[in-house]
Design a binder for this molecule. Structure first.
Ligand code: MN3
Length: 250
């Protein structure tokens, strides 16, 4: 729906609503449609749960259906609900896209926004950089991304080794990332909690093109305490085509 059309529908609904409200609580309480628009708009969620790009069981046997269901419907949703409940988005550039919003996060940003904007963005990227692998044959990077991997890691196996080691060693909850820095170099970094490499609060900035969630909720049902095994199996469902697109678009 176009913004104009949405705005028209909203205002039409408000005319009806404000008429009703005027009757109920008096004209002075809702003086005009613009006030009512603000009231109405503030009730709409700013952030919405993105649909999974595949079925819950599509990443089996590497990531199980129940984990995907709980992770997407409960955990990801919870970050979004908390973010939408934040009293103010001041200090976040709400006109920017999701990555731009994360880039606004600095030391003055509240923990509520930092943690839940991160939770919203990180999981959205995580779902996108995975894809079903029914044949058990993992895909591989191609094109410009493959060239960049050769330049910065020599072999894809080296990238995977370094990434897996760093992901395994994260103490407590966090994320492992493949990022592109401002000189177009590929790097592997980690962040704690729901921070990400776009935020000003982390030591190493860059544009994330691959993300791995190593919070226990991402793997515990199937792998329990065996995080390295989860990481090892996760490579089977990495969507290198998508990672390649993110690399060329960045
Ligand atoms: Mn998670």
């Amino acid at each position: 729906m176009s913004d104009n059309r949405r705005d028209f529908l909203r205002k039409s609904a408000l005319l009806g609503l404000s008429g009703l409200a005027t009757g109920l609580i008096g004209k002075d309480r809702i003086s005009n449609i613009e006030n009512a628009t603000e009231l109405f708009s503030s009730g709409e969620p700013l952030f919405n749960l993105p649909a999974l790009p595949y079925a819950y069981d599509a990443l089996e046997p590497f990531i199980d259906k129940q984990t995907m269901q709980i992770h997407h419907d409960k955990h990801h949703q919870a970050y979004i609900d908390k973010l939408n409940s934040a009293p103010s988005m001041s200090n976040i550039n709400m006109k920017a896209d999701d990555a731009g919003k994360c880039r606004s996060v600095d030391k003055d940003t509240s923990d509520l926004i930092r943690n839940n904007l991160g939770g919203y963005y990180n999981h959205k990227l995580f779902w996108e950089v995975m894809k079903p692998n029914p044949t058990g044959t993992p895909s591989a990077p191609t094109g410009k991304l493959a060239e960049a991997i050769t330049k910065d890691f020599k072999f894809i196996e080296e990238l995977k080794k370094e990434f897996s080691e760093k992901a395994s060693k994260i103490f407590g909850s966090g994320w492992c990332w493949l990022i592109v820095d401002d000189k177009n170099n590929l790097k592997i970094t980690t962040t704690a909690n729901q921070d990400n490499p776009l935020m000003k609060v982390v030591p190493e900035n860059g544009t994330p093109i691959l993300a791995l969630d190593v919070w226990e909720h991402a793997y515990y049902l199937k792998y329990q305490n065996r995080r390295p095994e989860y990481i090892n199996q996760w490579w089977n469902v990495v969507n290198w085509e998508k990672v390649g697109q993110l690399f060329t678009q960045k």
